[in-house]
Design a protein around this ligand. Structure first.
Ligand code: UDP
Length: 444
């Protein structure tokens, strides 16, 4: 809608659809669905609002496309709205994103001014035109809205999806002061992993990982025939083994490194590489990275740089791949890793950020430090289909247990309810629903 609304029952705007719960039960079993029903019944009528900065491209949009209609279908009134921002604003928020993930540099006074004036514009647009119980603000772009818009009993939660680094943040006092000032206005924050938690912020903090929707177009089962057809549309030879990385065109995902790994593998084993990427409206760098990649790989017919493929095509590429790479140097979680694992694929990845929560090295995938290790591992896997199969099966099981929408969404509901009902939570609280969640140190 004109005002940035992507989903609102109140406004009669519900363009996204969701399969019935019984379809999910066939995948995750009856028990988790029963738990979900109990919680949603208890919280029925709770009004939630999600605020994010892009309707497409990237993991946040991917999750909200599924979770917002899903929550509405189980009686939780969840709306989704996207903030407005100019190219200049998103250049600044991308710089913020880089700095928060530990890149050296600084936010200038001019950057801060651009950021704040875009926030003011959103405030003036009356971005919250009703009274939800809980507002979820996703990532740093809309961060300042809480301080500007908090009214009455509405509770505000910041959901940090990025590979945020407290040590780096503390090394940059100006950025620390800037971010902390906005963050302090929230009632709580949610981080993906214990090692992302900004311990010195005076807020209760939750640790909840993201999830994928097993019934979305991106993840649903596909027949061999369908996969074949999708790949033919992109002129991909289905006889030749495929290595792939699916990711926004972003230097943090190191697609240049993937090309280099592929070239070394190719010297020893026949294969082809697919780099499928997308742009997000809040990421102004994507096009530059895409053009560079196109230019530097144009002489190799076995490298396919694909852009803005539909979800069915991404699904098919993941399913047709022999090995999937995630060469990220920083990674909030890496839904692409989850998606690949769910499809029973061996993922070879750097242990960056949230990837280490998903891949247990040698068990549910492979963690590699550097190009040489990656090449060696991929060559082993290309030559050993049985190993690919065994690891792939364990990967799928792991995702089923921990990272599927109907299972994990309960944590978000409990967090929202907890913050909504409990007004006096000690600021230093760290709340995790995961006894299995043992990694407390960064691996990378
Ligand atoms: N994605 C896509 N098409 C592409 C590249 C990525 O649909 O060409 C999707 C991908 O399948 C995943 C999301 O974008 O669902 C990326 O989420 P992730 O957490 O991996 O990374 P982010 O982009 O949020 O850093």
């Amino acid at each position: 809608m004109e005002d940035g609304t992507l989903y609102s029952k109140r406004k009669g705007f519900t363009p996204l659809h969701v399969p019935p719960l019984k379809e999910y039960a066939k995948i995750v079993g009856e028990e988790p669905i029963k738990k979900l029903e109990e919680v949603s019944e208890r919280l029925s009528g709770m009004k939630m609002l999600d605020l994010s900065s892009t309707p497409y491209g990237g993991g946040v949009a991917e999750m909200l496309h599924s979770s917002v209609p899903f929550l509405n279908s189980i009686g939780i009134d969840d709306e989704w709205k996207v903030i407005k921002g100019s190219k200049e604003f998103f250049e600044v928020t991308k710089t913020m994103h880089h700095l928060l993930q530990g890149k050296k540099g600084k936010l200038t006074a001019e950057d801060e001014k651009i950021y704040f004036s875009a926030i003011k514009e959103n405030v003036a647009l009356d971005i919250i035109d009703y009274e939800p119980d809980v507002v979820f603000v996703h990532d740093p772009q809309p961060l300042a809205l809480a301080r500007e818009l908090k009214r009455g009993d509405v509770r505000w939660i910041w959901r940090c999806h990025i590979d945020i680094d407290e040590v780096a943040l503390r090394r940059n006092p100006r950025l620390w002061d800037f971010i902390t000032y906005w963050a302090e206005a929230f009632d709580a924050a949610i981080f993906t992993a214990a090692y992302f938690v900004i311990s010195q912020w005076p807020l209760p903090k939750f640790i909840i990982p993201p999830f994928i929707d097993p019934l979305s177009e991106k993840n649903r089962e596909m027949s061999e025939d369908e996969i074949q057809k999708e790949l033919e549309k992109e002129d991909i030879d289905t006889e030749k083994p495929i290595l792939s990385q699916i990711s926004r065109f972003d230097h943090w995902k190191d697609p240049e490194g993937v090309v280099s790994i592929y070239k070394k593998v190719k010297e020893k084993e026949e294969c082809q590489l697919i780099l499928a990427g997308s742009f997000a409206s809040d990421d102004p760098e994507g096009e530059r990275v895409y053009k560079e990649l196109k230019e530097t790989t144009r002489d190799d017919k076995n490298i396919h740089i694909l852009c803005e493929c539909p979800d069915s095509c991404i699904n098919a590429i993941q399913r047709a791949s022999s090995v999937i790479l995630q060469n990220s140097k920083k990674e909030g979680f890496g839904l692409t890793v989850t998606e690949a694992m769910w499809k029973g694929k061996p993922v070879v990845a750097r242990p960056a950020g949230g990837i280490a929560l998903q891949i247990r090295d040698g068990h549910t995938g492979f963690l590699v430090n550097g190009e040489e290790e990656a090449v060696k591992r991929i060559l082993h896997l290309l030559r050993d289909p049985k190993k690919r199969d065994v690891v792939g099966k364990r990967a799928r099981r792991y995702v089923k247990e921990h990272f599927l929408l109907p299972v994990r969404i309960v944590d978000y509901l409990l967090a929202a309810d907890f913050i909504n009902r409990t007004k006096e939570i000690p600021e230093e609280s760290i709340i995790s629903f995961h006894p299995w969640f043992k990694i407390s140190k960064r691996v990378w």
